[in-house]
Design a protein around this ligand. Structure first.
Ligand code: ADP
Ligand code: ADP
Length: 218
């Protein structure tokens, strides 16, 4: 479970997030909906300890991300700005991540198979299509077998097959009892993916309700 407690974030005179509170529960997909610039990425970065809130705190299963003993085993994330070392193979990229987080090397093969990259694991990541880079990002997020998963605009730029794949994957992770948060600026996408919606605009909470309820009211 993720507990966002009254967080705010200012960048100079820009208020990116403004007193936001909500919880994300296990066993369902929570859609994090808002127009571009609403503060979704900033909020997700604060969940991961990549940005420090100007006020408030985020607790993941009762602790901040930075105070988790093995963060990659607690929280997996697919962020928008993905940087992978293009010269490395997919296998070596994941092996490096596993080794720096004390995850058994056998798990690398498992996640490559889970995302369907086992056949291209020796190829340089620099030659990968966007869809393959996205699958590699998902493999990295799943590496530590974490109970909490965060996806920031995961379907942007993907073809219909890639979109369906990632949607089914997120639904499957929630069905296993994991806590899944996915951001999007598209209600149409959220209606197909999410059980619950947290809607923000200009850094503030606009709605926190079941998808059906939200659709009925809007
Ligand atoms: P979203 O993910 O919903 O599109 P963001 O969290 O990326 O929104 O951005 C929220 C606001 O914060 C925007 O006005 C954006 O320009 C601003 N912002 C985000 N990151 C930075 C940054 N590093 N420096 C300055 N402003 C930022
Ligand atoms: P087990 O039955 O011991 O969980 P599996 O071979 O089913 O082993 O899975 C290997 C690991 O991958 C397990 O830790 C499992 O939780 C995890 N796992 C299985 N399916 C998925 C999935 N769709 N997404 C993420 N992790 C998964």
């Amino acid at each position: 479970m993720i507990d966002v407690r009254n967080i705010s974030k200012r960048y100079g005179s820009t208020v990116a997030v403004d007193g936001l509170s909500f919880t994300v529960r296990p066993g369902q997909v929570t859609g994090f909906l808002g127009p571009n610039g609403a503060g979704k990425s900033t909020t997700i970065r604060m969940m991961l300890g990549l940005d420090r809130p100007s006020a408030g705190e985020v607790l993941i299963d009762g602790r901040s991300y930075r105070s988790q003993v093995s963060p990659l085993r607690r929280v997996g994330a697919l962020l928008e700005a993905r940087s992978v070392h293009g010269g490395r193979s997919a296998y070596h990229h994941l092996l490096w991540l596993a080794q720096s987080n004390r995850i058994p090397r056998a798990r690398v093969r498992e996640v490559l198979t889970l995302v369907g990259l086992e056949g291209v694991s020796k190829r340089r990541v620099g030659g990968f299509s966007l869809g393959m880079v996205q699958r590699l990002g998902v493999a990295a997020a799943l590496l530590g077998d974490p109970p909490v998963l965060l996806f920031d605009e995961p379907v942007n730029g993907l073809d219909p097959e890639g979109i369906r794949w990632i949607r089914d994957l997120m639904r499957g992770l929630a069905a296993e009892g994991r806590t899944v948060l996915v951001s999007s600026h598209l209600m149409s996408e959220m209606a197909l993916t999410a059980d619950h919606l947290v809607v923000i605009g200009r850094g503030r909470l606009l709605a926190d309700s079941g998808v059906q309820e939200f659709v009925a009211e809007h």
